[in-house]
Design a protein. Structure first.
Length: 127
């Protein structure tokens, strides 16, 4: 996508590719997709940071030789809960700074697109 394109960014559908389980990750991605569709830059950026933080915590935890909840029957349930809540807490106040950077980038892109559309409209005869 380039500045001035009229198409909106499209977030990938992980379920169709088989890359993601039917889980909270999909719900977070759907929430980000809906926010992007509405043009809500702040919510889109916040949802992206939350999803990124949850995935980051999950992958860091998987690098550990043994999870914090051991290897018992319910360990995977608690680990998923842990990943979700710790990732959400990290993203809650833009702790990593990702949401702020994404919001600024989206706003700059939108401003450049609006300026390009305004310049194109001014060049048209009868405008």
């Amino acid at each position: 996508m380039r500045v001035g394109d009229s198409q909106r960014p499209v977030l990938p559908d992980l379920t169709a590719s088989g890359l993601g389980p039917a889980s909270l990750d999909e719900l977070e991605l759907d929430a980000a997709r809906r926010a992007a569709g509405r043009g809500d830059t702040e919510e889109t950026a916040r949802q992206f940071e939350k999803l990124f933080a949850v995935l980051l915590v999950r992958e860091l935890r998987r690098c550990m030789p043994e999870g914090p909840f051991g290897k018992g029957a319910g360990a995977d349930v608690y680990e998923g809960w842990f990943d979700e809540h710790l990732g959400s807490a990290l993203a809650e106040h833009d702790s990593m700074g990702i949401a702020g950077m994404i919001k600024t980038s989206i706003q700059r892109t939108q401003a450049a697109r609006d300026a390009a559309a305004g310049a194109a409209g001014a060049r048209e005869p009868g405008a």
